[in-house]
Design a protein around this ligand. Structure first.
Ligand code: ZN
Ligand code: ZN
Ligand code: ZN
Length: 348
């Protein structure tokens, strides 16, 4: 069996798994889940409406009515999501002088989601455009060039590849009780991601924006490729796991391989496309570590290529500088007039 067929982040040393649930004792163990900065990040962006609102904000949208116009979102839903994103410190509200109206501005924490969005966009551009031109071309104002950013090691600047990274438990490692109701979300919500303007980020999230789908892919990066193992790691309901695995096979993230007969059992291996999700994965990991881990990252990552611990940096392929929202402009391959306020950041 070719080892290279599976993307596996190698463990640096075996780590005992803390068993929270057993200590709590009596009877049936509570469901637990691994502490994970990617999961925390997805709690924020895997709500399709919340994601779309943040994306419009990157395009320069700031007012309630402009969000409405761009997304066709129901008023009550928009009110709810803006409130939630403000509570999460992704947005702050700003009073407009001489008006009752408030505007919504991304905070530093909100702007810092930008590299994760770009990592997802590049993935969507590579795999999900069905032969057409990507909806957006990025122009990096720092160097003045068309840019195809990639996810790199913060230490050596080389492009990150799932096979070149070892991980070990960080200060925030462990498990905690699984949140109730986590498995109730229907995968059909995925189609909402494509409301509004055409977007490679939306296309990427249609495939992996459902939190369970991404968690299954995460387990693959940890080397867990068999149904039972994934099921026990995630404490996921069997019908949901079956559904997500077949969706991920259908969308080209996994391929299935028979490893046992009578009864037939399959394992799920990442395809090249699945492997390419590693960039978005570590970019979101970085954001969760930075903003939602209270200085205690659950995972420490070491880059085997350079031998150093690192975090993910999304850098311009041309000038190698880390990209930030304020330095980027866009050329659109679609007519933006249909999607409400264009914002100041596009150029023709
Ligand atoms: Zn340049
Ligand atoms: Zn490195
Ligand atoms: Zn550049």
């Amino acid at each position: 069996m070719p080892r290279s067929a599976n993307a596996k982040i190698q463990r640096e040393r075996p780590a005992a798994r803390p068993v929270l649930s057993k200590a709590r004792g009596a009877g049936k163990a509570a469901r637990t889940e691994r502490n994970c900065s990617v999961a925390r990040t997805l709690d924020v962006v895997s709500d399709a409406w919340a994601f779309l609102i943040i994306r419009e904000a990157f395009f320069g949208t700031q007012t309630f009515e402009a969000f409405r116009a761009a997304l066709g979102i129901p008023r009550a839903t928009l009110t709810d999501r803006l409130r939630k994103l403000t509570r999460l410190s992704i947005f702050r509200q700003v009073a407009t002088p001489g008006s009752q109206r408030r505007e919504y501005r991304l905070t530093k924490m909100g702007f810092d989601l930008y590299p994760s969005f770009i990592a997802l966009m590049q993935f969507g551009d590579r795999w999900l455009t069905a032969g057409k031109a990507p909806p957006l071309t990025l122009v990096h104002m720092t160097c003045g060039c068309e840019s195809h950013p990639y996810v790199a090691c913060s230490s050596c600047g080389e492009k990150l590849n799932a096979r070149d990274v070892k991980y070990r438990d960080g200060p925030g490692a462990g498990r905690r009780p699984a949140k109730a109701g986590r498995n109730t979300r229907r995968a059909s919500d995925g189609s909402r991601f494509s409301l509004g303007r055409p977007s490679s980020v939306s296309r990427a999230l249609e495939i992996i924006g459902d939190k369970w789908s991404f968690m299954v892919v995460r387990e693959a990066f940890f080397g867990n490729r068999r149904y039972d193992k994934i099921q026990s790691e995630l404490a996921i309901a069997p019908n949901i796991l079956t559904d997500r695995l077949s969706r991920l096979v259908a969308s080209g993230v996994f391929h299935r391989r028979l490893y046992q007969n009578a009864p037939d059992r399959y394992e799920y291996l990442l395809t090249d496309m699945g492997l390419d999700l590693y960039g978005p994965f570590v970019a979101m990991l970085r954001w969760g570590d930075r903003w939602l881990a209270a200085n205690k990252p659950p995972l420490a990552l070491k880059h085997l290529t350079c031998g150093h611990d690192f975090f993910a940096a999304v850098i311009c392929d041309h000038c190698k500088k880390p990209i930030i929202a304020a330095d980027m402009k866009y050329k659109l391959t679609y007519d933006p007039k249909a999607f409400g306020a264009l914002g100041p950041r596009s150029i023709s």
